[in-house]
Write a protein that binds this ligand. Structure first.
Ligand SMILES: Cc1cc2nc3c(=O)[nH]c(=O)nc-3n(C[C@H](O)[C@H](O)[C@H](O)COP(=O)(O)OP(=O)(O)OC[C@H]3O[C@@H](n4cnc5c(N)ncnc54)[C@H](O)[C@@H]3O)c2cc1C
Ligand code: SF4
Length: 552
């Protein structure tokens, strides 16, 4: 077993230095250490304990819980802040016409943001990777779906994804292997919703998800208690921490509270060292043969920009001013109504079924596609809030909470953005964190493509509402963020218009990889983490090949 070396000052050296221990960094660490390489992972945030997070959630004020405050229950290191919204800490500040729709949630802790994700594990459609060729909008990827497909299979295997074995229920059905496990069984609401909407082309299908129907690689089977966001109490839902622990067991070293802030390069523009601050604000450095930044699509461009050095005055990997551009998320909105029959949603895991009928079509040359999740989070909190507003008490209050819970529907709609170079992360000139490092600013405008897609989606939802004899039909006006942060270090064949190649390797630095959401040239309309992980696994192969060639 090869392990990183440390000297008396706490400085380190390893074959591979990975910055960020989220699902992308942790999975790469696990792959590379399994191949016999020494791996050091530097993670800005603290280690956390699942039981404590469950307690924090239980003890949160009702208003935070009802407002889905998924950030506040996770501890933050004062040296590695992440967004907070109750109250807002303004660590990330948004500007531009769609500023409010880019209020992202992400965690800076060992294991990263998938501690509180919903575990939906979608693939892009093959056509999603050829948007310019097929529809004349957006960008084509420099790699094809077929090249990424084996890595999708590996990602699904590693994350223990349960998805439908029936090709008619898959999106896409272009697969070389079945899902590791068949789909999580549907509840009554999913079955009934499909019966009503599917004859009209909406195609409600099971969501492939990182939850197991039987014990899987040390995880217990999902017991359907519906607490997945913000924490699965029993660890049945896949979280990045599973691969942190797996990599550590194989000999990788994961340092918590290690905030990377500086990157050194040599005359060939190879990366030689990264520098980090420990919890006492003491600076250390790590040398390596290969370097990976997997800090997510917002923190990676921030780090590249703030690590500008003499040879790279605009920032690392930024010789053509592309770092920080093409930021994307699946902006979305909600549609709620009371159906004219009980649907009993909220039984089983938080995500269960989704309409993918509007996911693709020729209309994408003019406006965004959409997908519609039949939100399966328990309706009790929303129902209670509404019932209390009516001033009810005693038995009448109980009855109204029950009625609203079983008849209530919440649809969560996502829209597909196009990559726009002006949607951009930059470094704040006024705000700094406790280490004196500049905080991120975001300029964001979803543009006409998304606004027109939202209008088309409104018409579809009004039709669906009629199918259910909807009362209290309501569509939220503002676009919300969906926490699928993409862009910022975009992939392409041409170094003038991109930051990384098809292996997520930077054009500027031969031994630096930037895997994950930052590289994605198109967003599709589905949740993006499985694609981020597939890109990370492809990058891990590229790093291993390079080490095998002895290029160090
Ligand atoms: C509420 C919620 C629900 C979600 N649901 C889904 C879903 O159902 N399906 C889906 O596909 N996606 C979902 N997502 C998105 C998903 O969580 C992210 O896409 C995924 O976690 C990204 O993984 P990552 O490894 O790239 O980054 P992260 O998980 O964010 O990890 C990055 C790590 O890098 C560390 N880091 C950052 N800067 C530095 C630095 N300077 N030095 C050292 N370390 C650093 C951070 O501390 C962090 O731990 C959801 C997100 C949220 C918030
Ligand atoms: S329903 Fe969600 S919280 Fe409950 S066991 Fe399954 S994954 Fe975990």
């Amino acid at each position: 077993m090869r392990t990183p070396d440390f000297d008396a000052n706490g400085d380190a050296s390893a074959d591979v230095v990975i910055v960020g221990s989220g699902v992308v960094g942790a999975m790469m660490a696990d792959q590379l250490v399994a191949k016999g390489h020494s791996v050091l992972v530097l993670e800005a945030g603290p280690r956390i304990n699942r039981g404590q997070i469950v307690e924090n959630w239980r003890n949160m004020p009702f208003q935070n819980r009802a407002g889905s405050d998924y950030q506040g229950l996770y501890p933050q290191s004062p040296l590695a802040p992440a967004p907070l919204y109750f109250p807002e800490n303004n660590y990330v500040q948004q500007f531009g016409p769609s500023a409010g729709s880019f209020s992202q949630g992400y965690l800076r802790v060992v294991g990263g943001t998938t501690w509180h994700w919903a575990a939906s594990c979608w693939r892009h459609l093959p056509v999603d990777m050829q948007m310019q060729s097929a529809y004349g909008v957006g960008r084509d990827w420099p790699i094809s779906y077929e090249e990424l497909e084996p890595y999708y299979c590996l990602a699904e295997e590693e994350m223990g994804v349960a998805g439908p074995h029936d090709p008619a229920l898959q999106s896409p059905s272009e697969r070389s292997r079945p899902y590791p496990m068949d789909m999580i069984p549907w509840n009554y609401g999913d079955i009934r919703f499909a019966e009503v909407v599917n004859p009209h082309g909406y195609r409600l299908v099971p969501i492939p998800q990182g939850r197991n129907v039987r014990p899987w690689q040390g995880r217990p089977a999902c017991c359907g208690n519906n607490n997945c966001m913000p924490i699965c109490p029993i660890g049945a839902m896949y979280n990045g921490i599973h691969h942190v622990e797996s990599a550590e067991a194989k000999g990788a070293k994961v340092l918590a509270e290690a905030v990377v802030y500086k990157i050194d390069t040599n005359e060939e523009n190879r990366i030689t060292e990264v520098h980090w601050f420990d919890a006492d604000k003491v600076s250390h450095k790590a040398s390596g043969k290969m370097f990976v930044l997997a800090c997510n699509a917002l923190e990676t461009p921030r780090l590249l920009l703030m690590a500008a050095n003499e040879r790279n005055p605009q920032g690392i990997a930024n010789s053509t001013d592309q770092v920080g551009r093409y930021m994307m998320d699946h902006s979305g909105f909600h549609c709620t109504f009371m159906a004219d029959e009980p649907l009993w949603t909220g039984r089983g895991p938080a995500q269960s079924s989704c309409m993918v009928g509007p996911r693709d079509g020729d209309f994408r040359s003019e406006y965004s596609s959409n997908k519609v999740i039949l939100n399966n989070l328990s309706r009790v909190e929303a129902a209670t809030t509404e019932a209390l507003k009516q001033g009810l008490v005693g038995r009448a209050l109980d009855d109204e909470i029950r009625r609203r819970t079983i008849y209530g529907v919440d649809l969560s709609i996502s829209l597909e953005p196009l990559p726009n170079p002006n949607n951009r992360v930059t470094l704040s000139e006024t705000r700094r964190d406790e280490l004196g490092l500049p905080c991120p600013d975001i300029h964001y405008d979803v543009g006409e493509y998304v606004h027109k897609g939202a209008e088309a989606s409104h018409r579809q939802l009004e039709f669906i509402g009629k199918l259910f004899g909807a009362a209290e039909f309501h569509i939220t006006e503002d676009l919300n963020a969906n926490n699928h942060i993409m862009g910022g270090t975009i992939m392409g064949a041409d170094p003038r218009t991109s930051v990384v190649d098809g292996d997520c390797r930077t054009h500027d630095h031969p031994n630096l990889w930037l895997p994950g959401g930052g590289a994605m040239p198109s967003a599709s309309v589905v949740n993006s983490t499985l694609t981020m992980v597939a890109l990370g696994l492809k990058a891990a192969d590229s790093v291993a090949k390079e080490l095998g060639r002895g290029n160090a």
